[in-house]
Design a protein around this ligand. Structure first.
Ligand code: ADP
Length: 175
């Protein structure tokens, strides 16, 4: 399985599935969630509403994942996952790890061979980027699911560098 890094916008990725750092309501929000709904158009929210009316009346629990169409984005599916809000008093790493594991399981059920992840929980939910990157990389490496490509798509240079360090890649001038 190829694990790749890109600095850019996840909504523009040509992969089978893009992962959304959603919230439990599945009704949209800010950050990457807002960007995905804007780029994919109203069909994503329609499918999210349908999930709330059928299989997910109470919304999606933190650490779980569920798929919808990607609407007008180049990807075919959005896999919505809900990251934990960062806490200084409680270790919620296992919930963040579960986001990656469950998203890969859903991707495998869809027969997706390429999946793009953002840095789940590392925005509004406050997870320190260095730690978010380590948990993301470890969870994907330790997953029993292997796809063709898992791509981490990082918005900022700082986030990209944190993920590169977590992957064991050098980003400095010396190889
Ligand atoms: P959370 O609520 O799980 O913290 P956010 O959407 O606030 O989710 O942030 C998660 C990460 O996604 C942050 O590092 C943020 O900079 C990044 N992000 C925001 N928009 C995009 C985008 N269009 N593509 C890729 N990453 C994005």
């Amino acid at each position: 399985m190829d694990i790749t890094l890109v600095q850019g916008d996840i909504t523009e990725q040509r992969v089978d599935a893009v992962v959304n750092a959603a919230n439990s309501s599945l009704m949209g929000g800010g950050g990457v969630d807002g960007a995905i709904h804007r780029a994919g158009g109203p069909e994503i929210l329609r499918e999210c509403r349908r999930l709330r009316e059928t299989t997910h009346p109470d919304g999606l629990a933190a650490g779980d994942a569920v798929a919808t169409t990607a609407g007008e984005m180049p990807a075919t599916w959005v896999i919505h996952t809900v990251g934990p809000v960062y806490s200084t008093t409680e270790d919620r790493s296992h919930i963040l790890a579960s986001c990656y594991r469950r998203s890969l399981e859903v991707a495998a059920e869809l027969n997706a061979s390429s999946v793009a992840f953002p840095a789940v929980s590392a925005g509004v939910y406050g997870w320190p980027m260095e730690s978010a990157a380590e948990i993301a990389v470890r969870s994907v490496r330790e997953s029993s699911i292997t796809l063709g490509e898992v791509r981490f798509v990082l918005f900022s240079a700082e986030a990209y560098e944190a993920f590169a360090r977590a992957l064991g890649q050098s980003t400095g001038p010396f190889p």
